[in-house]
Each structure stands twice: as structure tokens, then as C-alpha cells.
Design a binder for this molecule. Structure first.
Ligand SMILES: N[C@H](CCC[C@H](N)C(=O)O)C(=O)O
Length: 278
């Protein structure tokens, strides 16, 4: 199988061009290629596929083999791959994902390669039934208490096609993400598990985020997570609607626009290509 390794803000995936390649068992392939000792090393596997309703289609598998509806850092890399490798020739493209059809705007460098992508991530879905979460299906979850081990956290939850649970902390750099992340990911409140974002508010326009991803553990960045966090910051009255988010692997520019959609702008980088037996 031919592949291309790409990363967006340090959130790295193995990308396969399914305009050319066929992947029989993507869940098994994701587990194999993601392994950082016995495989290529990545947070998961992303398939770049033809679509009947958009310019390109993305399917995304976590490093544990589970499939997610959406991946924010991944969709920017899919757009870069599609443009740089001649699948599309426009700078505004559409992509079919498990979270619907998204519109992306591509920004190129001097060599006409994509270096930055702005994605309309759509609106945050805020009710329990949309996330999904147990409890009153039509209720929003904004700063609701959740007991974990011997601590109580106030959680704000949103779906960007995939589920997110946002928790504000004082010192995100020293927060024990590995201790609380997996317990919240697998908490009975979330029937499809959840991604967990820990966030420190720096100012009305700047935040820091660390992410415990469903199916992958702590990663250097999460684009859908950053979108859910943007909504959570505003819903809790902590920031403006336009913020700069510092993640472990880089920065994302975020905006919850007046049109109700969340816009994410960030880098997309091709690292190397190769072939692997699967
Ligand atoms: N890192 C990705 C999200 C992966 C989400 C995945 N872990 C899930 O199961 O939903 C992003 O940039 O949006």
C-alpha cells in the first residue's frame, strides 16, 4: 500500500490515496500503520476517496481502529493532498465527511503548494441527543458537574460531527491528562465514548488546549476539539468569538461566526511518502 504521512499542528496521520489504492480492511490497517514502534507511526489512518456529492471524501480511523465521523486537522491535510497531487485544481473545494459536506479554502505558498487551509466546520451541535450523551435529549450541557475519581469537573459538551467534552483548568501544562482523559472518554454518560479537551483561558482572545482523543490517547492537536472548545469558551462567557488556540503541536485560528458556523484556519504539512505491506 502506497501512503503519504502528513501532519496538521502535529496531529499526524497516514493518508492513502484511494483514487489509486484499495484498502480492504481499514480498521486493521489503522492499527498496524499507527504503531510508532512496529508500524509507520501516527494518530490514525485517513482515506482520501472519490465522492459523488463533493470534490473529495474523507474516512478517518483512530489508532485503535475505531472510525470517527470527522477530523479537523485531517481534513486540512486531505485538502492539501488533493490540490498538490492534482485531484482538484480549485482553491475552494468541498469535502464529504461523516459530519456532512464541508467547504474549505486553500492558501498556497510561492511554489503553489497548499500551506494553510480554512475550514467551515459547520455549527456546534449542543443538545445531549446530538452529542450523544445520556439524560434529557433536548438539554444543552454547559458547565454541568461531572464526578471523576475524587474530583468534580464542570463539563461543556458539543458535537462537531464527533463528540467532545470540554473542561476548563487553571494550569493545562501540568494537568494530569492521562489520568482523567481515559476515564471521561469511557464514562457511561457518553454511549459512543468522547474526545476530551482540557483548556486554559489565557485572555479574552487566547487559550491553551490539550486533548485526550477517543481511540488514540493524548495527541498534539485536535481540530474538531478546537472547534468544540471555541463554542465552549463563548457559551461560558470566557472569551470573544474569535480566538487563537495554542495546542501542543501548533496554533489554530478559530472563529465562531455570526452565521453560526465555526471556522478553523491552520497548517497542513506533507512529511514523507512510502510503501508498506498490509
Ligand atoms: N484529531 C482529530 C479528531 C479525531 C477525533 C477522533 N479521535 C474521534 O474518535 O472522534 C481532529 O483534528 O479533529
Amino acid at each position: 500500500m502506497k501512503f503519504t504521512k502528513m501532519q496538521g499542528a502535529g496531529n499526524d496521520y497516514v493518508y492513502v490515496d484511494c483514487f489509486k489504492e484499495k484498502v480492504q480492511d481499514p480498521a486493521a490497517a489503522a492499527i498496524k500503520v499507527s504503531n510508532r514502534n512496529f508500524g509507520i507511526g501516527s494518530d490514525g489512518l485517513i482515506l482520501i476517496m472519490p465522492s459523488e456529492v463533493a470534490d473529495v471524501r474523507m474516512r478517518m480511523f483512530n489508532s485503535d481502529g475505531s472510525e470517527s465521523e470527522m477530523c479537523g486537522n485531517g481534513i486540512r491535510c486531505v485538502a492539501k493532498y488533493a490540490y498538490d497531487h492534482g485531484i482538484v485544481s480549485k482553491k475552494e473545494i468541498t469535502a464529504e465527511t461523516g459530519a456532512g459536506i464541508l467547504t474549505l479554502q486553500l492558501f498556497t505558498d510561492g511554489g503553489n503548494k497548499v500551506e494553510k487551509v480554512r475550514v467551515n466546520m459547520g455549527p456546534p451541535r449542543l443538545t445531549r441527543k446530538e452529542i450523544p450523551m445520556l439524560g434529557n435529549p433536548d438539554e444543552k450541557v454547559v458547565s454541568a458537574p461531572l464526578n471523576v475519581l475524587h474530583s468534580t469537573f464542570n463539563i461543556t459538551c458539543a458535537s462537531m460531527g464527533n463528540p467532545h467534552c470540554v473542561i476548563f483548568v487553571d494550569d493545562v501544562g501540568n494537568f494530569p491528562v492521562e489520568k482523567y482523559g481515559p476515564i471521561i472518554e469511557n464514562h457511561e454518560l457518553f454511549p459512543r465514548r468522547t474526545n476530551v479537551e482540557f483548556v486554559q483561558v489565557v485572555s479574552r482572545t487566547e487559550i491553551r488546549q490539550r486533548t485526550w482523543e477517543r481511540g488514540a490517547g493524548e495527541t498534539l492537536a485536535c481540530g474538531t476539539g478546537s472547534s468544540a472548545v471555541t463554542a465552549a469558551c463563548v457559551l461560558n462567557g470566557l472569551t470573544e468569538k474569535k480566538i487563537l488556540n495554542h495546542l501542543l503541536g501548533g496554533d489554530l485560528e478559530m472563529e465562531w461566526s455570526e452565521d453560526g458556523n465555526i471556522y478553523m484556519t491552520g497548517p497542513a504539512v506533507e512529511v514523507f511518502s512510502g510503501e508498506i505491506d498490509i
